[in-house]
Design a protein around this ligand. Sequence first.
Ligand SMILES: C[S@@+](CC[C@H](N)C(=O)[O-])C[C@H]1O[C@@H](n2cnc3c(N)ncnc32)[C@H](O)[C@@H]1O
Length: 206
Amino acid sequence: MRSIKFVKEFLKHPTQVGAVAESSGFLARKMAQQIGNAQNVVEFGPGTGSVTKEILRHLPATGKLTCLEINPKFCEDLKKIKDGRLEIVNGDVRNFSRQIENYDCILSSLPLGIFEKTQRDKIIAISGRAKKYVQFQYTPFLKSKFKKYFEDVEIKFVPLNIPPAFVYVSKNPRSKNINLKTEKPSRSFPVKIAMQLLMVFVNLWR
Ligand SMILES: C[S@@+](CC[C@H](N)C(=O)[O-])C[C@H]1O[C@@H](n2cnc3c(N)ncnc32)[C@H](O)[C@@H]1O
């Protein structure tokens, strides 16, 4: 049922949902393992909650998980997860930049690869306010984007996902003041999708 809802929402809002299938258990676990000893965790784009449930398995009993999800239909489902450590907020991540400083770790499934460049860089800049930023993507070629904002960026490959995914673990933010106006315009949505599919084939071929 969750998968059907996910596909339906993708068809309604393709550029917002950004994936045809929810994350596999392998990817969700790889994401959640990165929280380490963090107490205050925030999740960007929890969707139907596959990563959320894994985070709750790894989070200490005294921890707190805040989920920021733009889609109200997904929020309805997320609110069915009964856990006192969990807070679901229906809203746009870009409106939460100030609060982000209070978190030890951000886990994000936002489809940055298909966002407009300014939107993507704003989200990475917001994320630079936290101590640790964990983001999955379907391409390994975003490292330089993350290095612009973080001293340390490590990439972990998760083959057992549709499509195979890359988890970027970024630590030590460089600066909180990012000038977004100097960025060049982004490629169109179809070009981005074509590039992501090409990447998937290249990775499967290797
Ligand atoms: C690729 S899906 C990931 C869903 C889920 N975490 C998973 O891994 O299966 C991206 C999610 O980000 C949400 N999203 C997109 N833009 C957002 C924004 N600006 N603020 C909050 N959530 C957003 C979408 O609604 C969608 O649920």
